[in-house]
Design a protein around this ligand. Structure first.
Ligand code: AMP
Ligand code: MN
Ligand code: MN
Ligand code: MN
Length: 278
């Protein structure tokens, strides 16, 4: 059975390694079919594809789009996209556009909370100035020794309601699914177990996603607990969604699950790749 990992990040968004190094690590970990899914960015796909094909992996063009739905941030992964599609490219430009001002606002709030110069500090970790993310701030705050690890930074400073949190309006669900489908891709709800929705709100999200033409959810992901693999397998079958698998790897020593190291999808689901020419 091929080892398929369809969710991870390079330093073109908030990962640590450049795209080619992520490809090399995926291959070394035994991945056969691989997608890089940087946040709101397709700029790493060219280098990732070259490295993947040279190392003998099957390459899948992907992206993870930030969406605001029901007052929460929801991530939608697009797979098998044409990354040159003009509407997708423009949509991602627009989605990224507020990030710098947001980062400046975050830095100001963090200064008030006793962490000075966080904009400049975070910038040291940024590989792509168009994509400053909370993760870059978290790495800087760990560097300062204020927190032991990134999870602690999020819990104390960067999660909603914490001093460094700046609310932001991302793309709409309809726009994100529309860009992905318009670019020939399939839309996947990323790590559904991570959102703080009631059962009712989660149903509404899946209903709307399905009506918009969304076809899959992540079931086995580094952002789920093992219990959630089974929980979301059942939910995928209940809704008639295909299932995806991806580590959500961000960097060595930083992610719960390394590239390619997840268990296989539960037998009960239909994989999102079931009809791909692999
Ligand atoms: P942003 O798009 O700037 O809001 O940053 C979102 C990113 O922060 C996610 O893609 C994760 O990589 C990271 N993140 C969010 N919550 C946590 C958490 N609790 N622990 C570690 N990383 C997190
Ligand atoms: Mn991330
Ligand atoms: Mn995500
Ligand atoms: Mn991700």
């Amino acid at each position: 059975m091929p080892n398929i990992d369809l969710h991870c990040h390079s330093n073109v968004s908030d990962g640590i390694l450049p795209p080619a190094a992520v490809a090399a690590r995926a291959r070394a970990n035994g991945v056969d079919v691989w997608a890089l899914t940087d946040h709101d960015e397709v700029g790493g796909i060219g280098a990732a594809r070259v490295a993947a094909l040279e190392s003998g992996m099957h390459y899948v063009a992907g992206v993870e789009i930030s969406v605001t739905w029901g007052g929460e941030t929801v991530h939608i992964v697009g797979l098998q996209i044409d990354e040159t599609n003009a509407e997708l490219v423009h949509g991602l430009d627009a989605t990224r556009s507020g990030r710098e001002q947001r980062a400046r606002d975050m830095a100001q709030q963090l200064a008030t909370a006793g962490i000075p110069a966080a904009f400049e500090g975070a910038l040291k970790y940024v590989g792509n100035p168009l994509l400053m993310s909370r993760t870059h701030f978290a790495r800087y705050i760990v560097e300062l020794g204020v927190c032991r690890d990134i999870g602690e930074v999020f819990r104390h400073y960067l999660a909603e309601g914490k001093p460094g949190y700046v609310p932001h309006r991302w793309a709409t669900l309809g726009a994100a699914v529309g860009w992905i489908r318009g670019a020939g891709g399939v839309a996947v709800v990323a790590h559904p177990g991570r959102y703080r929705f009631s059962a009712l709100a989660q149903d509404a999200l899946f209903d709307e996603f399905k009506q918009l033409g969304g076809v899959a959810i992540e079931v086995t992901t580094g952002s789920h607990t093992p219990d959630q693999y089974d929980e979301y397998a059942k939910i995928a079958n209940r809704y008639g969604f295909l299932a995806s698998r991806g580590s959500d790897f961000h960097g060595p020593g930083e992610s719960r699950v390394d590239l390619g190291h997840l268990p296989p999808l539960p037998d009960s689901v239909t994989p999102v790749w079931h009809n791909w020419p692999l």
